[in-house]
Design a protein around this ligand. Structure first.
Ligand SMILES: Cc1ncc(COP(=O)(O)O)c(C=O)c1O
Length: 460
């Protein structure tokens, strides 16, 4: 293929993607404007081929990374002791926070063989990935039934001699609330346990909106007991993907994040992150975009985002068929429709080219739809609301019944027949209402198997 054909093909591949620039995607993408996108892309391409493997060969990347870390440290009100690493994303930041806690515990007490971390039920899935990868037992604890916040009282009874880490969110992805960081910090101090605040999605917008005069709850390095914070730049800092920071209170703790290997026969192997070779693009792009936008403009963007989100919230709350899940004060909103088939509503939105993530029922919290409000929604949220209200009327009229079957006792061998009945083969049906209800109702072990089978089918 020649260059023109390749470019045309690349564009064609996008045919079925959700048009995110138009703000039709309510998660995954953070887009501000063309100019910021261009700066990020230029900087990224400028350093595409440089390799983040070795700070001595590419001091440019090391210098930019340090500058970005210092910028983030100031935003999170950390002192000069606070150190950090630019990682490839929120998941890597969380993986490294957990690995650090485990390796520190091992070093402090070589006899310890069991490692536990306390996870409020609303923390991001990346903590479970970390538990799985690093052999740390996840102790899941309930959040408060009403506020859906993690609290010290619900966490403290689970602390024991194996506890290496407590996690909490600022904000939690699913429900958009800030956990009770201050009081959790107190118990972390009392029991001498590390405390990670996952600010992957929330820290940047919370901190910068506070700088813009918005009232927010405390969550940063000024809170005693907080020992590390993750904060993604590829979310509300509008940097290209591949940029998150993991900051530690001091280098005594960060020491256990680093990995060196002198057992092999090649070059000196010393890494801050999980990957070795990696493009310098995200580092240069994060440096460029954060400098291009700057703190003052970031605070304006953050305040505007919260204002837009709260306007959306008010409009949703005024609709008789919509109920918000808890009290989302910031930019992440989730709502349910108590008298309406929300699974069908999610499909109806998709058929109108809106992608708003469906979140399954959890304990007393009904299935709900999640909206991450960001820059690309400033000019289109009213269109979304009109379409959403219209979709609600359509779903009401169709009145598809909810699946009421009890599937909790289903055996794995029954599943293929059920899937066949539902028309699920290698490809998912366009209408996912039934499949989603099934996934929600199946025993977790079976739905995991199903999802793995589905992924196997996707990537052949
Ligand atoms: C609270 C929280 N933590 C962690 C992550 C993981 O971030 P990433 O997708 O960059 O790995 C997310 C992503 O949305 C998140 O919302």
């Amino acid at each position: 293929m020649n260059k023109a054909e390749i470019l045309e093909k690349l564009s064609d591949f996008r045919e079925n993607d959700i048009p995110w620039r138009e703000g039709r995607l309510w998660s995954y993408v953070y887009y501000l404007d063309k100019e910021t996108e261009e700066i990020g892309k230029l900087a990224y391409m400028e350093y595409l081929t440089e390799n983040g493997i070795d700070a001595t060969a590419f001091s440019s990347l090391q210098k930019m990374e340090n500058e970005v870390i210092h910028f983030c440290r100031e935003i999170l009100r950390g002192d000069e002791q606070v150190v950090g690493t630019l990682t490839t994303g929120g998941t890597e930041s969380i993986l490294l926070a957990v690995k650090t806690a485990r390796d520190r515990a091992k070093a402090m007490n070589p006899a310890q063989t069991e490692f536990e971390m306390i996870l409020p039920e609303t923390v991001h899935a990346a903590f479970y990935k970390a538990a799985h990868y690093f052999g740390v037992k996840a102790i899941t604890v309930k959040v408060d039934d009403d506020s859906l916040k993690a609290t010290a009282a619900l966490i403290e009874p689970h602390i024991n001699k194996n506890t290496i880490l407590i996690a909490a969110s600022a904000m939690s992805y699913a429900y958009g609330v800030v956990d009770e960081i201050k009081s959790i910090g107190q118990i972390a101090l009392r029991h001498n346990v590390l405390f990670h605040v996952d600010g992957c999605i929330g820290a940047f917008i919370l901190a910068t909106s506070r700088e813009g005069g918005y009232e927010i709850e405390d969550f940063d390095f000024t809170i005693p007991g907080v020992t590390s914070i993750s904060m993604d730049l590829h979310k509300y800092a509008y940097c290209p993907k591949g940029a998150s920071v993991l900051l530690f209170k001091n280098d005594e703790i960060r020491k256990f994040q680093l990995f060196v290997c002198n057992e092999w026969t090649g070059y000196t192997f010393a890494n801050t992150g999980i990957l070795s070779s990696k493009t310098g693009g995200p580092v240069a792009a994060a440096w460029a975009v954060t400098n291009f936008i700057g703190r003052k403009k970031y605070s304006k963007i953050a305040v505007k985002t919260l204002e837009v989100a709260q306007t959306i919230r008010k409009k949703l709350e005024a609709h008789p068929d919509i109920k918000m899940i808890t009290d989302p004060k910031y930019s992440l909103l989730s709502f349910t429709t108590p008298n309406l088939n929300i699974y069908a509503l999610s499909d109806e939105l998709k058929s109108r080219k809106w992608y708003a993530g469906l979140q399954f029922k959890h304990r007393h919290i009904p299935a709900n739809i999640h909206l991450t409000v960001a820059g690309h929604h400033f000019n289109n949220y009213e269109v979304f609301i009109t379409d959403l209200f219209d979709a609600i009327e359509k779903v009401k009229k169709e009145n598809l019944p909810l699946i009421e079957m009890d599937l909790s006792q289903l055996k794995p061998e029954d599943v293929p027949a059920i899937l066949k009945n539902l028309g699920v083969g290698d490809e998912l049906p366009a209408n996912l209402a039934t499949v989603n209800q099934l996934l929600e109702k199946l025993p977790k072990e079976i739905s995991k198997e199903l999802l793995i089978g589905f992924m196997q089918g996707l990537y052949k």
